[in-house]
Design a protein around this ligand. Structure first.
Ligand SMILES: [Zn+2]
Length: 193
């Protein structure tokens, strides 16, 4: 399964937009700013799965929906600028032919989710955690450090070979160690994000 960050070259601040192309074209998050310039080159976009509703992850959604009419999925569709199907921990969501579990991971924002494939052992983390022991900020509205720690505890034992965060680079080596490090750091210090 090839996963690329199509907002990598964006000059303006944006959340990552992960692209998975297989039988279908799926985006994890929609980004903001000039990340649209890369998204608009795609043909088609079948699905968009939103990790949480902060603007830097959802801002391009109306443009994507206008141009492509994809299915959109989110934990709390009421927080989005477009219609979406609701995800919960009782659902799975199929991304390019692979079933992903939905794991509710509040602490950075109430509607935050991670998406996990036990088959591929990969995890999309949104802004729950980032490479090298970083973790999501909890000083914004709905932020809660204790909840964030509980959410990281939910994923620390899943069995993850690679993770794809909402900012910064993919982690395709030592993913479990880095998740463990994020958990330890969240328990004792301030987020740099
Ligand atoms: Zn966020």
């Amino acid at each position: 399964m090839e996963i690329t960050n199509i907002s990598e070259e964006a000059e303006e601040f944006t959340g990552n937009v992960w692209l998975i192309e297989n039988d279908e074209t799926v985006l994890i998050d929609a980004g903001t700013g000039d990340s649209w310039e890369e998204i608009r080159k795609l043909e088609p976009v079948d699905k968009v799965v939103i990790t949480h509703s902060h603007y830097d992850h959802v801002d391009n959604l109306p443009k994507i929906v206008d141009k492509y009419g994809p299915k959109v999925y989110a934990y709390n569709p009421d927080n989005l600028p477009v219609d979406a199907e609701e995800l919960s921990e009782e659902n799975t969501v199929e991304i390019a032919g692979i079933e992903f579990e939905v794991i509710h991971t509040p602490g950075h924002k109430d509607d935050s989710i991670c998406l996990y494939s036990s088959e591929e052992k990969i995890l999309f983390t949104g802004d729950l955690l980032f490479p090298a022991g970083s973790f999501g900020r909890t000083d914004l509205e709905e932020g809660d450090r204790d909840l964030l720690i509980e959410s990281i505890e939910k994923i620390v034992e899943l069995g993850v070979d690679a993770f794809y965060p909402g900012h910064d680079n993919a982690v395709e080596k030592n993913a479990e160690e880095q998740i463990q490090e994020s958990l330890e750091n969240a328990r004792r210090r301030e987020s740099k994000y």
